[in-house]
Design a protein. Structure first.
Length: 169
């Protein structure tokens, strides 16, 4: 008998750090307009703040990168929320998501790859997750519209899609 994998969209892992990457898994965390409680960013000029309160990435993209030989793992790309079963490539700035029953976020931009995540790539080529060069591979930044608690396993739902053109980093 084959074990069936849960493909319903859900939070795979919550990640935070005292600054920089990798971000490490936590069981649960409160989320407010500034992001994940207890999470710090090394350079607030480019990371964090209300329009970049959370960074989202997909488990499926991580597995694809691993299959290509890259040493990436959940949290190593600096994402706060690793999602599973969510097609990040179909999302764009302005789209809204429910993360569990409490937290609601709005996608604000594509996360521009920086040298801090170079260790996630066998060749150090961070452009592998550039929205400009490889559309649909980017991490996403989000603002928090409704605060609450996140934990692994909670369902994820797309609440609405933005009208208009896709924005690029």
């Amino acid at each position: 008998m084959h074990e069936q994998r849960d493909t319903a969209p859900h939070i795979f892992q919550i990640n935070r750090s005292a600054g920089g990457v990798p971000k490490l898994p936590v069981m649960q965390a409160l989320v407010n307009s500034d992001g994940l409680e207890g999470d710090k960013q090394r350079n607030r000029r480019f990371h964090g703040g209300p329009t970049r309160a959370l960074c989202l990435f997909s488990l499926e993209m991580i597995l694809e990168l691993q299959a290509a030989g890259h040493p990436v793992h959940p949290g190593s790309m600096g994402e706060n929320v690793t999602l599973s079963g969510v097609d990040l490539a179909a999302l764009q700035p302005g789209d809204t998501l429910a993360l569990g029953d409490e937290v609601v976020v709005e996608i604000t931009s594509y996360a521009h790859p920086c040298q801090n995540i170079a260790g996630s790539f066998a060749d150090g080529d961070i452009t592998r997750v550039s929205q400009k060069l490889h559309p649909g591979t980017s991490r996403l930044y989000a603002r928090v519209l409704q605060e609450g608690t996140l934990r692994a396993g909670l369902p994820v739902r797309v609440l609405g899609h933005a009208a208009g053109n896709r924005l690029v980093e």
